[in-house]
Design a binder for this molecule. Structure first.
Ligand code: SAM
Ligand code: FES
Length: 344
């Protein structure tokens, strides 16, 4: 039995075996075997449904300085913006009409939005849209802050761990940030009853197969409800400007592996994947992904939330984005749905 067959049979591997498996990521027979198993699992738990999350990028101010990120604090070339509560609510209104039942509030770590301000925004969305899920993606906070936001009505939280290897984490982030804190946040969020999303970039600078093996091991330990992975893409104003983007094939291979490792996981085919390959999101779905996250942010600000170069979908209205994605999803035999799509 080879390692791919072992993964399918046992649902997990040892770190060494993950490494061995990842070394085969270019082999068409293994890719196909894993993709078939991954889509069969997706079909078993979710049928051909692809869930949508309306992404509201509400601030591009950030106090952090992650080396790979286009909106990090020290990038002086970014025109900064913040959405008011009314603007955020108007994105939700537009999204609700278009059929979204999950709103993802994402932003840099922006102290302007104090816990109380965030809680107020969440309460208003909860009041106006009681049938919708509210997902936050606003970085690292204390247990008490997460608790307050949860009590205000937030249901889910996306916080990619970025890399589960301490040394590699140190290459991607300034010394003020730590993997231990990041992981603790994820455990805190879980214990507060959030549906939690971890994840990482594929092909980030300095990433080795053993780091990816550690990422998979960490996912196995954390058992998150959602996993966001997408290729690293260089941004021209960062120290990684000249680094190559992560591989589409490796990202797709990992999507299949993650679906097998966590069969019921909510797994997006990310915008980054659609940026490096025009059919990236369709390929992601064919590899086992079951979520897409189209943009609901005001078109005026979309280009300013530039995490990496050439980000797609920054010019279209939200309605166009949804229609475009519905067509893409149908082209691979699936169906874009309006349900909340909670974790099973
Ligand atoms: N501030 C929040 C946080 O840190 O979780 C959310 C916003 S942050 C920009 C969202 C994600 O964007 C990060 O977790 C990271 O994985 C991804 N990202 C940032 N820069 C990227 C790049 N150059 N290429 C691909 N993904 C990137
Ligand atoms: Fe904060 Fe990227 S450095 S969002």
């Amino acid at each position: 039995m080879n390692v791919a067959e072992k993964l399918i049979k046992e649902g997990k591997l040892s770190r060494e075996e993950y490494k061995e498996l990842l070394a085969c990521a270019e082999r068409p027979d293994i890719r196909q075997l894993l993709a078939e198993e991954a889509t069969a699992l997706r079909q078993k738990y979710y049928g051909n449904k692809i869930y949508t999350r309306g992404l509201i990028e509400f601030t591009n101010y950030c106090k952090n300085n992650c080396y790979y990120c286009g909106i990090r604090r020290d990038n002086r070339n970014v025109k900064r913006y913040r959405l008011t509560k009314e603007e955020i609510l108007s994105c939700c209104e537009n999204g609700y009409e278009l059929g979204y039942r999950t709103f993802v509030l994402q932003g840099g770590e922006d102290p302007y939005y104090s816990d109380e301000k965030m809680a107020e925004i969440i309460r208003e969305i909860r009041k106006g849209y009681p049938d919708c899920a509210i997902t936050l993606s606003i970085g690292e906070k204390s247990y008490e802050s997460y608790k307050l936001l949860r009590e205000a009505g937030a249901n889910r939280y996306l916080l990619r761990h970025e890399t589960a290897n301490e040394q590699h984490y140190g290459m991607l982030h300034p010394a003020s940030m730590s993997l231990t804190v990041r992981k603790q946040c994820l455990y805190d969020l879980k214990s507060l009853g959030y549906q939690v999303g971890a994840g990482f970039m594929v092909g980030s600078p300095g990433q080795k197969l053993e780091h990816l093996a550690e990422d998979l091991e960490f996912l196995e330990e954390l058992q998150p409800h959602m996993v966001g992975i997408g290729p690293f893409i260089p941004h021209h104003d960062t120290q990684f400007a000249a680094e190559p983007a992560g591989s589409v094939d490796m990202t797709i291979f990992l999507l299949s592996v993650i679906r097998i490792l966590l069969p019921k996981v909510l797994l997006p085919a990310t915008t980054a994947l659609g940026t490096v390959d025009p059919r990236g999101r369709e390929k992601g779905i064919l590899a086992g992904a079951n979520v897409v996250m189209p943009n609901l942010s005001p078109v005026l600000h979309r280009k300013q939330y530039e995490l990496y170069d050439n980000k797609i979908c920054t010019g279209e209205e939200s309605a166009e984005c949804r229609q475009c994605l519905a067509r893409r999803v149908e082209s691979v035999g699936c169906c874009l749905v309006s349900e909340r799509g909670d974790a099973k």
